[in-house]
Design a protein around this ligand. Sequence first.
Ligand SMILES: *Cc1c(COP(=O)(O)O)cnc(C)c1O
Length: 362
Amino acid sequence: MVRAALPKGVELYYAAKANPDAAVLETLQDAVDGYEVSSAGELAHVRQVAPGAPLAFGGPGKTPAEIAAAVEAGVHRWHLESVQELYQVASALSSAPEQQLDVLLRVNVPVAEGSLESVALAMGGRPSPFGLDPADVARALELLAGPMSRQLRLRGIHAHLGSGLNAAEHLVVAEQIVNWSAALAGRHGLRFEEVNVGGGMAVDYADPSARFDWAEFGDGLRKLLDRRPELRLRIEPGRALTAYCGFYATEVLDVKLSQGEPFGVVRGGTHHLRTPATKGHDQPFAVVPVEEWSHPWPRPEASGRVSLTGQLCTPKDLLAQGIPVPVIRAGDRVVFAMAGAYAWNISHHEFLMHPHPGFYWI
Ligand SMILES: *Cc1c(COP(=O)(O)O)cnc(C)c1O
């Protein structure tokens, strides 16, 4: 569906960090043009799961070992994020004088005030460790036009400025990135073949039925490309592709009232599903009633606006806060939806040393 909405001239890479589970990567293989990886670990993993797939390698703070690994692996695109990285990569290539790499400069492209107002996580458009500051771009271009140009081929610009943009907002940002890149190329007498406008397509945890409007987004990109037919665009969503594919099912261990407010304590917690704690939302859930209760003591239960917490000894272990339920009882099951992106893989698994959850692919 996502693929079908995108016009010719737009490549779709999946940002592996959202969920690098092998089954997920394999399932996506036919729908994507490649994968975006941001560490040597992701690089090795994705290579193994999807051996032939093109990779874009980005991320701030690439170590010499990671750079060497990516040179060795032969990635399709390098997203270089600082002037020092240009030197580092060029220096890593000195032992492979025949090798040429295709490079995008990741830039914290300036966008009009307000363009990123609604983003949940801002990577750019403000002081940020991601990408080159616009003030450093001229120096980077100068280097890439010098002796480095023998081995580093500059293909264009990459910008990933924020997460949580709806289709209309993303198009406004994408257009500014494309225009800024074209103006930059014009000023330096260059021709950019491609622009990567990043990921960050919105996922609304408050409304699981809402979806990023891929048709509107595809239409907008088509119009953008109509004006610049020579250009190839690339996008690299993560969350919007996999958030809806995962569920976290658990058991209510205890229910109590605290100063009149109901709490349901579930097996597990944010060490399994850190998503709501990181983004500050309530993870959507359904209570699945279990009628059986085999204990001789009274079954703890509550109704009304319940908060669901986990087993960790910290008030941050909060999965959902004050959500109305008809009833919740110890022994019921709770199924959290939208747990397919930035869930298990961003969680602090070992905190308090509870067991890991089981994984099931259906
Ligand atoms: C995280 C990341 C993405 C994916 O972001 P989503 O919000 O998951 O779509 C894309 N590009 C880069 C460079 C990233 O760091």
